[in-house]
Write a protein that binds this ligand. Structure first.
Ligand SMILES: Cc1ncc(COP(=O)(O)O)c(C=O)c1O
Length: 477
């Protein structure tokens, strides 16, 4: 094991080092991983504590959290201001149902997010995560159509590949052959258009020309489906794990906006990963001001892992129409709960105090430079892309031909395993079983310092070296 001595923290180590642990080694109860891996598979380290960009396991080994967990921990771990706010709110009230008691933190958080999101976003609806936020967006769009005499509109076009969540409504608009093969019969089929991937392109295209062709495919699909049946188009403005941080040209967003306007189709940006400052703007949508969406969803970095929270931002014209016609027929037990809103306000206080949106922009430049250096020395990194601290590397067998590694090898999972040995935590969830290639998101907390970026690059490089050795050993390159 190639680990620096400073990676063993003598203080928090538990008295008894963790014995080797396997999935299914307790007959009942146990880890949630028993739902994901067969009995006998090795279990990952058990988390002990977190501070800043670092996580320690129960044996005191430390890992740089290079992906902020699942692109969540935007303000880093163990933030004292947020912990104090959590405690203060818990002592006042944790839960009061929002349709009977308003909470000051709901109002403050909504005011602040609408101000940060800017013109066109007047109301905020809080839920418990990204999938619920997208369900809320789809349902608000649908109810708006119903109450404005457009009940024939119900189809939501989305992109392939894409990811919009794991609930059945969100899965209907997710472009993923693997989930479709299992859950497809249980969801209403929704039309898909190609996502403008940028690394492997159809013959004769540049990334720019292909993006415009993908926008044109949206218009063709609306026309084929019948414009009066199409409710909305939902997309990740910068793809997460579905495309690995593909950033499309401004002209793509402008054309998409024009097409939606022409056909009365609502434009929804899923900013569950890209929002809350990660790309160097509060919303990724702010990078393309000429192409504002109608609805935006947020989660993950919004409460930065201190509590589960998602959010739908909407214009008053849509919310008023629905509220004036009997009210939104949608809600959850935990929606807009005072505890979560208080915590998210404390997180947003930290985002402002530490100027983290600007920091994401600045550190993004340093991260990009380091990832390009990592790519230059690794035979496996074919592409580096992203914006701000929302970036990804593409793993390939051959850089010259852009040939992917065999899908069955599951390069991202192998990289995660090598990364753990080198003290770097690399979250991954493989979309489409790797059919569109293998990428690894690199999305550290926005609080990361320049020396910590050096550590990230160094640890990532070492993990990639081990992966390259394995690729050669298995004869895959
Ligand atoms: C773009 C995007 N949308 C939606 C979701 C679903 O969010 P959640 O897992 O909080 O339900 C995710 C989660 O990874 C996501 O990346």
């Amino acid at each position: 094991m190639n680990r620096a001595a400073s990676d063993i923290d003598p203080l928090p180590a538990s008295a008894d080092p963790q014995p080797a642990r396997l999935i299914g080694d307790t007959p009942r109860g146990g880890s949630v991983l028993s739902f994901y891996s067969p009995r006998g598979a090795a279990r990952p380290p058990r988390v002990g504590r977190g501070e800043g960009v670092w996580l320690w396991d129960a044996d005191g080994r430390r890992y740089l959290d290079a992906t902020a967990g699942a692109v969540v921990a935007n303000i880093g771990h163990g933030n004292r201001h947020v912990i104090a706010a959590m405690q203060a709110q818990a002592e006042r009230v944790s839960f009061a149902y929002p349709r009977f008691f308003e909470s000051e933190h709901n109002i403050a958080l909504a005011d602040r997010l609408c101000a940060l999101a800017g013109e066109g976003f007047d109301r905020a609806f809080f839920v418990s995560g990204g999938s619920e936020a997208n369900e809320s967006a789809l349902k608000l769009a649908r109810q708006y159509a119903v109450v404005t005499g457009q009940a024939g509109r119900w189809k939501v076009i989305s992109r392939d590949p894409s990811y919009h969540g794991s609930t059945l409504g969100a899965l209907a608009v997710t472009g993923d052959a693997h989930t479709q093969a299992i859950y497809g019969p249980m969801v209403k089929p929704m039309p898909k258009v190609p996502a403008p991937l940028s690394y492997r392109l159809p013959e004769g295209h540049t990334a720019e020309s292909y993006a415009m062709a993908c926008a044109d495919a949206l218009e063709r699909t609306i026309e084929q489906e019948g414009p009066q049946t199409v409710l909305a188009f939902i997309l990740e403005p910068i793809g997460g794990l579905s495309t690995g941080a593909v950033v499309s040209p401004a002209a793509y967003f402008q054309r998409v906006r024009q097409i939606c306007d022409r056909h009365g189709v609502l434009l929804i940006y899923d900013e569950i990963m890209s929002g809350a400052g990660r790309t160097g703007e509060f919303l990724a949508a702010h990078h393309w001001p000429g192409a504002r969406p109608d609805l935006v969803t947020l989660a993950k970095g919004l409460a930065a892992g201190y509590t589960p929270l998602g959010c739908l931002l909407a214009p008053a014209r849509i919310v008023d129409a629905v509220a004036g016609a009997g009210g939104f027929v949608h809600g959850h037990t935990y929606f807009t709960n005072p505890m979560s809103c208080a915590i998210a306000n404390a997180v947003m206080d930290e985002v402002e105090r530490l100027d983290l949106v600007a920091r994401a922009r600045e550190r993004g430049v340093g991260l990009r430079r380091r990832l390009e250096a990592v790519a230059a020395r690794s035979p496996l990194v074919g592409d580096v892309r992203g914006l701000g601290l929302f970036s990804a590397i593409e793993l390939v067998a051959d850089k010259a031909t852009r040939r992917a590694l065999p899908a069955a090898f599951n390069a991202p999972a192998r990289l995660t395993e090598h990364g753990l040995r080198h003290g770097i935590a690399l979250y991954n969830r493989r979309a489409n079983l790797g059919a569109f290639g293998d990428f690894q998101m690199i999305t550290p907390p926005l609080t990361i310092s320049e020396p910590e970026l050096d550590e990230l690059a160094d640890r990532l490089s070492r993990a990639l070296d081990d992966l390259a050795d394995e690729v050669v050993r298995r004869g895959l390159a």
